[in-house]
Design a protein around this ligand. Structure first.
Ligand code: NAD
Length: 324
């Protein structure tokens, strides 16, 4: 780690992102410790056009659209020592070569978890209220609306919520759900019962979680072992009227089996294009006025690095096979 206070920092990310991540106050903090080069995109390097800008860079400040640290990029960046990623997963960035070079990596996955968890909370509360169903019904009956039409199972009292994965997002979801009249279950092969209790949830196997939860919310990383973890068998375990929320990755769910289950049974999901489904694009993570959360997280890490402290949120190679 460097002792000097002015690092050569090169931002590399999709164009237009930098100013949205770093409002003037964040930029001022950044400039106190960093000599900032004009931001580049991965495409600038791929074409070879701007490869010379890598020569002086000690730190790459990355976000969505960052390049992979392949051998040719690393060869053009002899001074590179660290990557500070102002977003979640770094799997598309790090390589065997970058680990071998000892390049340190930090991620803002913990900061990005906050908006995802808030979105999940909103969907759980709205889903339990049967908001979509009531909206659609109201749209058809209007003046003849009668409160007796509100589904009997609507409401947020005494609900059981199953959280799949005590990940950054999963833990934040558990925290946010704490004040409600919910029993919280969590399933995660890397978690102990004691750790789950300390978080405020009860550790159960995934099958039990699927069988007894009113809401099943997925927060596990996309890994070979989580691929289609919600398959036809587990979908069949879901209670009548249960809601499935997937703000993780599509690969976690057998989508054909889900489409079939949603058509055949009284289930709700936050994924598909059916009346019992709320389908949104990839909006749960930091977006709009939440982007500076990621920028501030990156600035905090750069300040630590510049003063010779270790990253507060390092990414370790050994953890990559169980993280997003
Ligand atoms: N919708 C969005 O915008 C958005 C934004 C951020 C993250 N995500 C997704 O949300 C999910 C969680 O992201 P994160 O950064 O919190 O993940 P993370 O890297 O913190 O997750 C790692 C943890 O997941 C748990 N885990 C690993 N294997 C598991 C398994 N088989 N079953 C249950 N738990 C398991 C372990 O506790 C592990 O430590 C990922 O799928 C990620 O891609 C989506």
């Amino acid at each position: 780690m460097p002792a000097s206070s002015h690092l050569r920092v090169l931002p590399v990310m999709d164009s237009g992102l930098f100013t949205r991540l770093f409002p003037p106050s964040a930029l001022q903090r950044l400039r106190a410790v960093a000599e900032l080069d004009q931001e580049r995109t991965a495409a600038d390097f791929a074409s070879g056009a701007d490869i010379q800008f890598l020569a002086a860079a000690e730190v790459l400040l990355t976000c969505w659209g960052a390049p992979s640290l392949n051998a040719s990029l690393l060869a053009a960046a002899p001074n590179l020592r660290a990557v500070v990623h102002a977003a979640g997963s770094v799997k598309e960035i790090v390589t065997e070569e970058s680990w071998a070079r000892g390049i340190e990596v930090s991620s803002a996955a913990w900061a990005n978890a906050r908006p995802v968890a808030e979105y999940t909370l909103a969907v759980i509360l709205g889903g339990n209220k049967r908001m979509l169903e009531c909206r659609d019904l109201y749209g058809t009956v209007r003046s003849s609306w009668d409160r007796a039409q509100i589904p009997e199972d609507a409401g947020n009292q005494s609900r059981t919520i199953g959280i799949v994965g005590a990940s950054h997002v999963g833990r934040r979801v558990i925290e946010l759900l704490g004040p409600f009249d919910f029993e919280l279950l969590v399933s995660d092969p890397y978690l102990t019962s004691t750790e789950a209790s300390a978080l405020g949830a009860r550790l159960v196997e995934l099958d039990e979680l699927c069988s007894v939860s009113d809401v099943v919310t997925l927060h596990a990383p996309a890994l070979p072992e989580t691929r289609q973890m919600i398959d036809a068998r587990r979908l069949a375990l879901l209670r009548d009227g249960a809601t499935l929320i997937n703000t993780a990755r599509g690969s976690l769910v057998d989508t054909d089996a889900l489409a079939e289950a949603l058509t055949a049974r009284h289930l709700y999901a936050v994924i598909y294009d059916l009346p019992n489904v709320l389908l949104t694009p990839h909006i749960a993570g930091a977006a709009g006025n939440e982007l500076p959360l990621l920028g501030e997280a990156a600035v905090d890490e750069l300040l630590r690095y510049a003063s010779g402290q270790p990253f507060a949120h390092p990414v370790l190679r050994a953890d990559l096979d169980r993280t997003a």
